[in-house]
Write a protein that binds this ligand. Structure first.
Ligand SMILES: *Cc1c(COP(=O)(O)O)cnc(C)c1O
Length: 398
């Protein structure tokens, strides 16, 4: 159990408070608020008896340190009482691959949502296929209709809510109900909402992964992944982490914990600023559609309202038809929106995307060029002025 400073359980506290108080062992840290960055491989045993019995809180650097323990305790408190353990891995992709390897074996069948992060597909079609696991992709809007895709050997379902480009919102609780009735486990990528805005493990998800590179780190300065699992799935996840030998570097563990402390205030700003920008963009004549589940007319809005307590700073827009060079002119004109991969940091980003090239279960035809925006912590007035200049450049080339 995670204890707060005065030794009481943190379960009754609100998530914002849990982010601040959990994973802090003041006495062990000799009074310091934060844990030290423990760099270590060897852990010494005081006696031969201790060595033979593997006695002691820590045994070897790869298996955990006081720094990793602090982050694991804080993340466990954030995920809620369903969380039986949290694995720390070097990237979001390694969280996905490790989670899938935990639940699959040769001869198994895997169902994967068509809107997942593209490297998730690459892992399924590449390494999993080579190891004898067959993947079928499904329509993100399938809901309980996923039942028709199950085979006797379907062992797991992988979802992402919402997808980080198309922002389509699968009904994960409905999918999970079908999966569990057939003895399959549900793996979910919760990077968009984080456990602060969506407690995936309370909605039928067995293994919830985070690209902590994004909002947990929050400053675009680490690569990091986390794997949270319920009691049903955690033993297999823990064993797979141990067998694969994956572990995260101590400095990144420290930075992930530091990011976690301010997650609530950062996400509150990202949420508000992104909704403001999304509403402003919806009124622009150059924009055909805004893809953001917190907007009332979005197709995923009802599920978002039911399953999420907030929205992050990432959403997409569909432009009215325009030549590629007009879109490129916007990208080259904006200055506050950086052009680059990843998101979840303090800074705003814009990137063109096209799901049509890799989708297999559904056709992606939004009707115009698509851009994904991450709204950072800048003033929204400055961001609007920046996009205003970008749209002028589009209009000059239409
Ligand atoms: C970025 C991202 C990942 C992968 O994280 P890395 O740390 O870059 O490996 C996984 N899922 C989603 C939704 C992402 O956006």
């Amino acid at each position: 159990m995670t204890l707060s400073k005065d030794g009481g359980p943190t379960d009754s506290l609100r998530a914002e408070t849990r982010l601040v108080v959990s994973g802090r062992d003041t006495e062990a840290q000799k009074g310091f608020v934060n844990p030290p960055v423990v760099r270590g491989s060897t852990v010494l045993y005081p006696t031969a008896g201790d060595l033979h019995a593997h006695r002691g809180e820590f045994h070897y650097g790869r298996h955990g340190t006081p720094t990793t323990r602090a982050l694991q305790d804080a993340l466990t408190a954030l995920e809620g009482p369903q969380c039986a353990g949290v694995g720390l891995v070097p990237s979001g992709v390694s969280a996905i691959s490790t989670a899938l390897l935990s639940v699959l074996k040769a001869g198994d069948h895997l169902l994967v949502c068509d809107n997942v992060y593209r490297p998730t597909r690459n892992f399924c079609d590449g390494l999993l296929a080579r190891y004898g696991v067959e993947t079928t992709y499904f329509d993100p809007l399938v809901g309980s209709g996923i039942a028709a895709l199950f085979r006797p050997n379907t062992r797991a379902v992988m979802a992402e809510a919402p997808g980080s480009q198309s922002l389509e919102m699968p009904d994960v609780p409905a999918i999970a109900a079908v999966a569990h009735a057939r003895g399959a486990l549900v793996v979910d990528d919760n990077t968009w909402a984080t456990p602060l805005f969506r407690r995936a493990l309370e909605q039928g998800v067995d293994i919830s992964i985070q690209a902590a590179t994004k909002y947990i780190g929050g400053h675009s300065d680490i690569m990091f992944g986390t794997i949270s699992a319920n009691a049903n799935a955690w033993p297999a996840v823990a064993e797979t982490i141990r067998l694969l030998g994956v572990c995260a570097g101590p400095d990144d563990v420290f930075l992930a914990l530091r990011g976690l402390r301010t997650l609530a205030v950062r996400l509150a700003h990202h949420q508000q600023a992104a909704i403001d920008m999304a509403q402003w963009l919806a009124r622009r004549p150059e924009v055909a559609r805004v893809l953001h589940p917190a907007l009332p007319d979005d197709p995923g809005h009802a599920i978002w309202k039911r399953d999420f307590t907030g929205a992050s700073g990432l959403f997409s827009i569909v432009l009215k038809p325009a030549p590629q060079q007009a879109v490129d002119a916007l990208l080259d004109t904006v200055k506050l929106f950086g052009m680059g991969y990843s998101w979840g940091g303090f800074e705003s980003l814009v990137i063109p995307f096209d799901c049509a090239t890799y989708r297999t279960a559904t056709t992606w035809a939004p009707g115009g060029p698509t851009l994904r925006l991450h709204i950072g912590l800048e003033s929204v007035d400055d961001l609007k002025a920046d996009l205003d200049r970008g749209f002028e450049a589009v209009n000059a080339r239409r």
